[in-house]
Design a protein. Structure first.
Length: 450
């Protein structure tokens, strides 16, 4: 087949990419061409292939004949994309303690999938059970309007989902201002619909196979993760009510602790279970991501256990920090050791403060585990606390190799560093500085709330 005939099958958005990859070979400046791009199948669906081609004749400055083959890499590519989206979802949801924020973060990730350009979220109202918009996109359409005010158990649209995405292409709605296609994704947990996500495309009428596979794999996964946040919020409300009734307080607290621990354990179990569906190469890429998410969840569990032990009364910051650092360092490899020195301080944390400071200390200790422990048989960690009136200064240091230049210049971006920065920014007058002085140093200052 000639280049011109084959090019007609190439996705329009990939033709320039392919032409640029072939150009050196066509001009005689390169021995061959290797390029990944999308090409149409007989049914019109685009799949990803890898082209390996070379001149079929030698000795000519500008070859006129070429030979090669195309490898189907679509399945591998879709798996990589699906794993990346799940990693993004896990990071966003793990970083949220607010139900709406977690839904918004998940919506941002999924509505960016091809071909969507808009998204909305509806949830059942706590009193009536009717679907109510909490995040509404820019594109109004009849499908969205038909869902508002319906009950999930009675709406024909919701009932036909049965836990799986439903695609509409083309929509064929009566209104004249409708998108080309739409997808409704139910978010369920325990057989109950807890949210409905609606995605639309203004100009593309077909949802690609890669997007369909991603949406089909994350519906119940998101539901389980969001359910933990929803349950924690509801159980905290139960706890506040229980404080007004001394006779029921003990039983309600026991229920709160039991459910939260079960939810945290369930999410850790889901992260391990996900690995069973990956091939060995994907499992290697997934392992560090999974371990980071599990470490963050275990850090929340440590904070929860300490608050539970004192019936959610204020707890000493020094005790919280020391427990979290030791929890992170329990996975030291053989032949490595760590000493932890946390300055004693009378500073007490309320339960709402403990979670933020818990995540902060957890990330700092994890950075030492990753970047200092591999270079030393023994690592020392020192956490200093200085309180001057309303100002608090925390200085965390280890004796590892220190921060690289791109970290000191705030040019490196990762979920861990973003969590640390965002948490510090949430404190009144919060400021953070990274430096090196016989190891890595993190200096944090902020004002205590009255």
């Amino acid at each position: 087949m000639e280049f011109s005939s084959w090019n007609d099958l190439v996705h329009p958005d990939d033709r320039e990419l392919l032409a640029a990859a072939r150009a050196p070979m066509v001009e005689g400046a390169a021995a061959g061409c290797s390029c990944e791009y999308r090409v149409a199948r007989s049914d019109g669906e685009y799949i990803r292939v890898r082209e390996l081609s070379a001149p079929s004749e030698t000795g000519s400055a500008r070859p006129t004949g070429f030979a090669g083959f195309h490898e189907d890499v679509d399945s591998r590519w879709r798996s990589e994309v699906r794993l990346d989206v799940q990693r993004q979802l896990g990071g966003v949801i793990a970083a949220c303690t607010d139900y709406r924020a977690a839904l918004s973060g998940a919506l941002d990730i999924l509505s960016a999938l091809d071909p969507f350009d808009d998204g909305s979220v509806l949830v059942p109202s706590g009193e009536s059970g009717e679907l109510t918009p909490i995040i509404q996109g820019d594109t109004g359409n009849a499908l969205f309007e038909s869902l508002v005010g319906c009950r999930p158990e009675t709406s024909p649209v919701c009932r036909c989902c049965s836990g799986s995405p439903v695609y509409y292409s083309p929509l064929g709605m009566p209104s004249g201002n409708e998108p080309a296609c739409a997808c409704m994704l139910p978010v369920e947990f325990g057989g109950r619909m807890i949210a409905v996500m609606l995605f639309t495309s203004s100009d593309v009428g077909v949802v690609p196979l890669a997007t369909r596979e991603i949406l089909g794999s994350v519906s119940q996964w998101i539901g389980r993760a969001l359910s933990m946040i929803l349950n924690v919020s509801r159980l905290e409300e139960m706890y506040r009510q229980a404080r007004e009734d001394a006779e029921t307080r003990s039983e309600l607290l026991k229920e709160v602790n039991h459910r939260v621990k079960n939810n945290l354990a369930a999410i850790i179990g889901m992260l391990y279970a996900e690995e069973r569906f990956l091939d060995p190469t994907q499992a290697l890429a997934w392992a560090p991501v999974r371990q980071d998410l599990i470490r963050r969840i275990e850090g929340l569990a440590v904070v929860h256990s300490m608050l539970s032990a004192v019936r959610w009364a204020p707890i000493p910051f020094s005790d919280l920090a020391e427990s979290l650092i030791n929890a992170v360092m329990k996975v030291l490899p053989p032949g490595r050791s760590c000493s932890v020195q946390v300055a004693r301080s009378p500073w007490m944390l309320r339960s709402d403060q403990a979670h933020n400071f818990g995540m902060l200390i957890n990330e700092l200790a994890a950075n030492t585990l990753k970047h200092a422990v591999p270079f030393r048989e023994h690592v020392s960690i020192i956490l200093e606390i200085l309180i001057n009136g309303d100002e608090v200064r925390l200085t965390y240091r280890d004796d590892g190799p220190g921060f690289p230049r791109d970290v000191l210049a705030l040019e490196r971006h990762s979920l861990g560093f973003e969590l640390v920065r965002n948490i510090v920014r949430s404190f009144p007058g919060g400021e953070i500085a990274f430096g090196n002085a016989d190891g890595a140093v993190v200096d944090i200052t902020f004002h205590r709330r009255s």
